[in-house]
Ligand binder design. Structure first.
Ligand code: HEM
Length: 511
C-alpha cells in the first residue's frame, strides 16, 4: 500500500515537470525538426534563454547607435542585424525563436502576398501583449472578422475621397502655423523633426478629433511614454521564458499611464457627446470621432461599437496618425537637403501647379515628382519595420506546411533593399525608379513595396499621410531652399517607427 502511495505521489510530482519539459524542450525541438525537413532552417532553439542572448550579442556588434555614412541608406543590417545575419546563413525564409514561440521570418514576395491577402482568414493578426496592448488596445489593428469589418468601414470612410478633400484647409493651416515659426530661422540652422512631430499631432487632432494639438497634448505625451517603455524593454533577456511572470517598476508605470490615457481620451469623447446632449450641436460631427460616436449611439445592433472600442480606436489613430507621418516628413526633408537636384525638380513642379498659392486638392493629386520622392523615402526609411501574422490552423504556404500558431514575421526593409527587385543601387536614393509606376519599379511584385502593407489590411491612412506630406513639402519648397547642416549626424534608430536619432538639422534659405 505504502509503495503504491509513493508511486502515486511521485507521478503527481513528475507530471508538472513533464508538462514543463514538454513545452520548453520537446515541443520546440520537434517543431524545429519539422521545419528543417522542409528546408526552413535557423539558429538552434535554446532551452534556457531562447535566442535573446545571440540577438543582444549581434546587436552590440552592429554598433546600433553609432553614426553611419551618407549617402548609404541601407538600414536593414543596422536595425534588424540578427535577421540580416540569419538571412545570409539560412536563406530568405528562416526560423527564429521568441521565447518558446516559433517565428518564421518570410522575405519571399510570393509567400508574403499569400499571407497578406489572407484568403479564408488563414493568417490572422498576431495577438497583442504587454505594453503594446496598453498602447493600442484591441482595436482595428488586431481585430478580426465582423469586428474588424465594422471598424475598418468607419476608418475607410473617415480617411477617403471627399472627407480628405475637406481636410486640406486644416492641413494647410497647421503647416502655416509651423512655417510662422520657421521665419525666425531664416538664413540659420533649424532642427525640423520636433516641428514635424507637432505638425503631425496637430493635423490628426484637428482633422480626426476636432481638437487642437494643445488639447491632445496629454494624449500624445502618454503615448510617447508608453512607446519609450516598449523600446526600452525590447529584447529583455528571456531566461526560460520567465520574463512575463516578473512584475517590474516599468509594468506599474505602464499601468498608470494606461489609466491616465483612458481618462484623457474620455474627456475629449465626453466633450463631444455633451455638445449633442445639451443641443449645442445637431450631430456628432463628420470627422472620425463623430463617426465613432454616431456608430455608438445611432448605429444598428450590428454596427454598434462599445465605449472600450471607441477608446482603442482613438488611441490607435492618435498614435498612427502622428508617429508615421512625422517619420516620413523628417526623412523626406533630409533626402531633399542632400539631393538639391530633386529639391529643384520638386520646387519647379510645386510652382507650376500652385504658384505661391496654398496647395489645393486638385493640384495635390497632380504632384508627380513629389509623389516619387515620397515613395522613394518610404522605400529607404519605411517607418514600419515589422508586419506580423500567425497561422490560424494548419496551412500550406507555397511549398511549406505549417501547423497552427506559428508567428510569421515580414520585415519590409529586407524587401526594400533586395537587389533582385530594385537593382544593385537599391541602397541609393533614386526616386526615378518609381517613374513608370509601382508595378514596373517592383518588376511586377507590388508587394515588394511594403511601406503601407498589402492586401485587405493595407494602411487606411495611406492617402491621408500622403496628402499631409505633399502639402507640407509643397509649402516648404515654395518658401525655402535648404541644405543639410554640418551639425547633422546620420544615425537612424527605431523608436517604434524609424526616426533620426539626433533630429534633422538643415540650413534654411528664404527664396
Ligand atoms: C507614412 C505614413 C504611414 C505608414 C508608412 C503606415 C504604415 C502602415 C502599415 C505598414 C500598415 C499595415 C500593418 C499590417 O499589415 O499589419 C498600416 C496599418 C494601419 N495604419 Fe498606417 N501608416 C501610415 C499612416 C497612417 C495614418 C496617418 C493613419 C491614421 C490616420 C494610419 C492608420 C493605420 C491603421 C488603423 C492600420 C491598421 C489597419 C487594419 O489592420 O485594418 N496609418 N499602416
Amino acid at each position: 500500500m505504502i509503495a503504491i502511495c509513493a508511486v502515486c505521489v511521485s507521478l503527481l510530482l513528475l507530471l508538472p515537470l513533464t508538462i514543463v519539459l514538454y513545452k520548453l524542450w520537446w515541443a520546440p525541438l520537434h517543431f524545429q525538426s519539422i521545419m528543417e525537413s522542409q528546408g526552413i532552417k535557423g539558429p538552434c532553439y535554446n532551452f534556457f534563454h531562447n535566442n535573446t542572448k545571440e540577438i543582444i550579442k549581434i546587436k552590440n556588434q552592429t554598433s546600433y547607435n553609432s553614426p553611419i555614412d551618407l549617402p548609404d541608406h541601407d538600414i536593414f543590417p543596422r536595425f534588424q542585424p540578427y535577421w540580416y545575419s540569419c538571412m545570409k546563413l539560412y536563406g530568405n525564409n528562416f526560423l527564429v525563436w521568441n521565447g518558446t514561440q516559433p517565428q518564421v521570418v518570410v522575405t519571399e514576395p510570393e509567400l508574403i502576398k499569400e499571407i497578406l491577402v489572407n484568403r479564408n482568414g488563414a493568417y490572422p493578426k498576431t495577438k497583442r501583449e504587454g505594453y503594446l496592448k496598453k498602447l493600442l488596445g484591441d482595436g482595428i489593428t488586431v481585430a478580426e472578422g465582423e469586428k474588424w469589418l465594422k471598424l475598418r468601414k468607419l476608418a475607410n470612410h473617415a480617411f477617403h475621397g471627399e472627407c480628405l478633400k475637406d481636410m486640406v484647409p486644416a492641413m494647410v493651416a497647421s503647416v502655416q502655423t509651423m512655417l510662422e515659426k520657421w521665419r525666425h530661422y531664416e538664413g540659420k540652422e533649424i532642427e525640423v523633426c520636433g516641428d514635424f512631430r507637432i505638425l503631425s499631432s496637430e493635423v490628426i487632432s484637428r482633422t480626426a478629433f476636432g481638437s487642437s494639438y494643445v488639447e491632445g497634448i496629454k494624449i500624445f505625451n502618454m503615448l510617447g511614454k508608453l512607446s519609450a517603455l516598449i523600446s526600452e524593454n525590447a529584447n529583455k533577456m528571456n531566461f526560460l521564458g520567465l520574463v512575463k511572470f516578473v512584475r517590474t517598476k516599468a509594468d506599474s508605470e505602464a499601468d498608470k499611464i494606461e489609466q491616465l490615457l483612458h481618462e484623457s481620451i474620455m474627456e475629449i469623447v465626453r466633450k463631444r457627446q455633451d455638445e449633442v446632449i445639451t443641443v449645442r450641436a445637431d450631430s456628432f460631427g463628420s470627422d472620425f470621432l463623430g463617426s465613432l460616436l454616431k456608430a455608438r449611439h445611432e448605429g444598428s445592433e450590428k454596427k454598434q461599437i462599445s465605449a472600450a472600442e471607441i477608446i482603442d480606436e482613438c488611441k490607435t489613430f492618435y498614435f498612427a496618425g502622428q508617429l508615421t507621418t512625422h517619420s516620413l516628413l523628417s526623412w523626406s526633408v533630409l533626402l531633399l537637403a542632400i539631393h538639391p537636384d530633386w529639391q529643384e525638380k520638386a520646387r519647379n513642379e510645386v510652382f507650376q501647379l500652385f504658384g505661391r498659392e496654398n496647395p489645393n486638392s486638385e493640384g495635390i493629386a497632380r504632384l508627380k515628382t513629389v509623389n516619387l520622392i515620397i515613395h522613394e523615402t518610404l522605400r529607404l526609411y519605411s517607418p514600419v519595420t515589422l508586419i506580423t501574422r500567425r497561422t490560424q490552423g494548419q496551412v500550406k504556404l507555397g511549398k511549406f506546411k505549417f501547423p497552427a500558431n506559428v508567428e510569421l514575421a515580414i520585415p519590409p526593409l529586407a524587401l526594400h533593399r533586395d537587389p533582385d527587385i530594385w537593382g544593385q543601387d537599391a541602397h541609393l536614393f533614386k526616386p526615378e525608379r518609381f517613374a513608370e509606376g509601382l508595378a514596373k519599379a517592383t518588376k511586377g511584385n507590388p508587394m515588394a513595396f511594403l511601406a503601407f502593407g498589402f492586401g485587405p489590411r493595407i494602411c487606411p491612412g495611406l492617402n491621408f499621410a500622403s496628402h499631409e506630406a505633399k502639402i507640407a513639402l509643397s509649402m516648404i519648397l515654395q518658401r525655402y531652399k535648404f541644405t543639410l547642416s554640418p551639425n547633422y549626424v546620420h544615425s537612424p534608430f527605431i523608436a517604434l517607427t524609424v526616426q533620426p536619432q539626433h533630429g534633422v538639422q538643415i540650413l534654411l534659405q528664404p527664396l
